[in-house]
Ligand binder design. Structure first.
Ligand SMILES: [Zn+2]
Length: 360
């Protein structure tokens, strides 16, 4: 609050000068200062409301809003226990309400096995410029026959629709409209948070994901402007995460918790083993890498007894390196140092690429 009060004084002071109104340069300064203040406010509000979050009761039962979009029922809460077994189901989940009064909707598919068993959530579209993850999950869902399954596969395909529409990593903010928010630093979100992405994350985490998953995989790629090899970001110190991560026919695992606010970390904090596969470059369908991650995901479903059949390929090399913790900032000097270190340690010389440590 003190920041905002100081700001008002500063703006009033600028107005009083010379012309009595804001000139263009001062307006820019005032706008930038306000962005800083709203970020500070958001951080404070986020921390305060995180306490409310733990107190909110878990959703009970699937809630249908009564709306239909493209023939699909709209839900505001999901309980896969309510759904008919031995079938595939498709919904739109009603996400955050925007200033126009309309919501961002999220595509949800559920393959519910004829028999009970483990439940796994597959997530894509947390970043809107990462396309291969969406196709990876679609391919897995196409291959499932619920009549033969034991357990549930929950697919949540386009978490950040406003980012996907612009093939952008981050959400536009509905505040002053000039700052962007990375929802993958917001999880588990806050239904009463200060920004739309925080509220959206809270709704999805509480009413769609947490109550319907025993395990989770959040698929990503590198960010726009970059390219990367196929790898996982995974906590290899967690045995259940390690078991799943080692079932993919890829060569590298970045053994790191990454940043606070990642969806995989929110799952882990909620007692749901989770990790983050990274499927190469953004903005494209990488048709050489997608099959590796489809095969690995099918292996994970076999590992948990959700589907039958023989295991597919595993990693080509059984050797993984514990990397240093990722730098907290994207300061260019630190990034260059990290990049040189990764090159020294790099094991993926075949394509001359290495996982840049600072991206998820
Ligand atoms: Zn991402």
């Amino acid at each position: 609050m003190r920041v905002i009060a100081a700001l008002k004084i500063r703006i009033r002071h600028m107005k009083d000068k010379a012309t009595g109104s804001l000139d263009r340069r001062d307006f820019v300064i005032a706008s930038l200062a306000t962005v800083g203040a709203s970020a500070a406010f958001a951080a404070t509000a986020g921390a305060a409301a995180a306490e409310d979050q733990t107190a909110s009761p878990p959703p009970t039962g699937t809630a249908y809003t009564g709306d239909l979009i493209g023939g699909k029922k709209v839900i505001s809460a999901l309980d896969v226990g309510d759904l008919d077994p031995g079938k595939k189901h498709a919904f739109y989940f009603q996400g955050v309400q925007m200033p126009t009064g309309q919501h961002w909707y999220v595509s949800v598919m559920v393959a519910k096995g004829a028999k009970p068993g483990k439940r796994i959530a597959l997530v894509s579209g947390v970043h809107g410029d990462e396309i291969s993850p969406v196709r990876t999950i679609q391919t897995v869902m196409d291959r499932l026959d619920p009549a033969e399954m034991s357990g549930v596969v929950l697919a949540v395909l386009d978490v950040s629709r406003p980012a996907l529409e612009g093939m952008a990593r981050r959400w536009p903010n509905s505040g002053r409209g000039i700052d962007l928010i990375d929802i993958n630093r917001e999880w588990p979100g806050n239904e009463n948070g200060a920004s739309a992405p925080s509220r959206h994350a809270g709704l999805l985490f509480n009413r769609l994901l947490k109550a319907n998953a025993d395990y989770a995989i959040d698929f990503h790629t590198s960010a726009t402007g970059m390219d990367m090899a196929a790898f996982h970001l995974a906590r290899m110190d967690l045995p259940e995460v390690r078991d799943m991560a080692l079932l993919f026919p890829i060569d590298q695992i970045f053994d790191s918790p990454g940043y606070p606010g990642l969806l995989a970390n929110a799952f882990i904090d909620a007692g749901i083993p989770a990790f983050t596969p990274e499927i190469g470059a953004p903005r494209i369908l990488d048709l050489s890498m997608i099959p590796l991650f489809v095969e690995g995901t099918m292996n994970v479903l076999k590992h948990h007894g959700i589907i039958g059949g023989p295991m597919g390929r595993r990693p080509r090399y059984g050797r993984f390196r514990r990397e240093q913790r990722a730098p907290r900032s994207c300061d260019p000097r630190r990034v260059r140092r990290a990049s040189r270190r990764a090159e020294r340690q790099g094991r993926d010389r075949a394509e001359g690429r290495h996982p840049a440590e600072y991206i998820r």
